[in-house]
Ligand binder design. Structure first.
Ligand code: AMP
Length: 226
């Protein structure tokens, strides 16, 4: 039996810290990090057909249609046997239909845990208002936590900017869509018996520690075959 990493979904409102934590969790367990929002932003920056179509939805704070998102996720999870080896999904699934589709895509390699990062709305509004991201590698910063030199990314040297969809109007729409479309996903995983909540309103380091403790308590690579 070859060891594998955990298969995880991170859920939570915009600004809950999914991206920041998903990068660290993926590194910690040596699994693939798949962020649909990052993929769409990269495709938009590269000017591909997919990217330009997605950008129209993203900039207004709307969801990209399920058939487009599902196709991208299926392709990504089937590449290099990622479904089998483990992954952290960040920003997907965002609708109940996507959650059902994910089960189909994964087949026998079912999810270990869906983790809901709990943060009060006033905290996420502050985080999003000050959020800045690297246009090249998507590393996340904040006005309170800028890169070392002049808004140049510490990781890759790219330009650190505000996201096009972090405007007040788009943020309000995204939070509304979260309530309408993504809360049912939480319910879906609760029924499946794999939902866990983590208080994510504290500092990054503290939240990361909680996440690792949680995942370790559910996931024992030595004891799991599939
Ligand atoms: P994020 O970086 O996760 O906040 O995603 C940015 C934007 O990408 C979202 O507001 C949507 O427009 C689009 N997007 C990302 N993931 C999904 C998804 N699973 N379903 C639909 N749209 C998505």
């Amino acid at each position: 039996m070859t060891a594998r990493g955990p298969r995880l979904v991170l859920l939570g409102k915009q600004g809950a810290g999914k991206g920041t934590q998903a990068v660290r969790i993926a590194e910690h367990y040596g699994v693939h990090h798949l962020a649909t929002g990052d993929l769409f932003r990269e495709a938009a920056a590269a000017g591909t057909e997919l990217g330009l179509e997605a950008k129209g939805y993203m900039d207004g704070g709307f969801l990209v249609p399920d058939d487009i998102v599902n196709g991208v996720v299926e392709e990504q999870l089937h590449a290099s046997d990622r479904a089998e080896h483990g992954f952290v999904l960040d920003g997907f699934p965002r609708t109940r239909e996507q959650a059902e589709e994910l089960d189909r895509i994964l087949g026998p390699f079912s999810l270990d845990l869906a983790i809901d990062l709990d943060v009060p709305t006033e905290v996420v509004l502050h985080r999003i208002a000050g959020r800045r991201v690297c246009a090249q590698c998507q590393a996340v910063y904040h006005l309170d936590n800028p890169p070392e030199t002049n808004w140049t990314c510490d990781v890759c040297g790219g330009k650190v900017v505000q996201r096009d969809d972090d405007t007040q109007e788009a943020v309000m729409r995204r939070l509304e869509l979260y309530e309408m479309k993504t809360l049912p996903v939480i319910q879906f995983y609760r029924r499946a018996g794999i939902l866990a909540h983590v208080d994510a309103s504290d500092e990054t380091e503290e939240v990361f520690k909680r996440l690792v403790e949680l995942v370790d308590s559910y996931f024992d690579p030595g004891a799991r075959a599939l």
